[in-house]
Design a binder for this molecule. Structure first.
Ligand code: GRF
Length: 235
């Protein structure tokens, strides 16, 4: 079978994290997105909000690279886009301070790092506790950091995929929200494998956002009434 075949939609090739219904969403989520490159995950989130199944609205995109694909997509989709260029900031903390200010001004509840190619600091993580989500193109905890797809190919794995997780100070090491798998096919190169993973990311990320919101809601409810029975697992 040629490496370009898309097996990702065949039963058995995609393993969603739980055989569960879409997480119950009571409130419309107010989302911020950070992107550095193409922005296909950003667009997938906007589409999931506009056409379902995600009950939310992307209020603000922030990019760090002028002229990147994500910026052009924001213009086409009519989403406000702010440029926060890391080259104009002296430190990571200062860059993250500018991000916090931008998202605070747009009043977002959750922030999604959809291909944000900068390391974030405790300052940003602390501003959005359990509300900062990242998508990574490997089955974490395998192949953290840069070039995860190349790392997977070099290791010779036959199964790869993507992981959406909460961001912690441990690079690509925060609590996992959801994962999807894809096969690695004979003859795959970075580009064919990355394309197969990307298709799964676009499905996984909206689900992960809903799961993160459900976790927050369950925690808030438990804090308000510690005697209440725990709700169903939310991922
Ligand atoms: C994705 O593969 C994501 O996992 C990684 O960066 C890539 C972004 O792709 N963090 P895009 O810009 O959303 O198309």
């Amino acid at each position: 079978m040629p490496a370009s075949s898309d097996l990702s939609d065949r039963p058995g090739c995609v393993q969603w994290p739980l055989a569960q219904p879409w997480p119950l969403q009571t409130n419309e989520l107010r989302l911020g997105v950070m992107a550095s490159g193409e922005g296909s995950n950003f667009e997938a989130l906007v589409t999931a909000c506009r056409e379902g199944p995600l009950r939310g609205r992307v209020l603000q995109l922030v990019v760090n690279n002028p002229g990147c694909g994500a910026m052009a997509r924001a213009q086409r989709l009519g989403i406000p886009c702010a440029l926060v260029d890391h080259r104009h900031h002296h430190s990571r903390e200062q860059l993250d301070g500018a991000l916090i200010q931008t998202f605070a001004a747009s009043g977002v509840d959750l922030v999604v790092m959809a291909g944000w190619m900068r390391i974030v600091t405790p300052r940003l993580i602390g501003a959005f506790p359990s509300r900062l989500i990242n998508i990574h193109p490997s089955l974490l905890p395998s192949f953290r950091g840069l070039d995860a797809v190349g790392q997977a190919l070099a290791a010779g794995v036959t199964l790869s995929g993507c992981t959406a997780h909460l961001v912690s100070e441990d690079l690509d090491g925060g609590p996992i929200l959801a994962q999807a798998t894809v096969p690695v096919l004979p003859g795959d190169d970075r580009s064919s494998l990355a394309a197969r993973i990307h298709r799964q990311e676009h499905r996984l990320l909206p689900l992960a956002v809903a799961l993160a919101a459900a976790r927050l809601r369950d925690r808030t409810a438990a804090a308000a009434d510690p005697s209440a029975p725990a709700g169903p697992p939310s991922g």
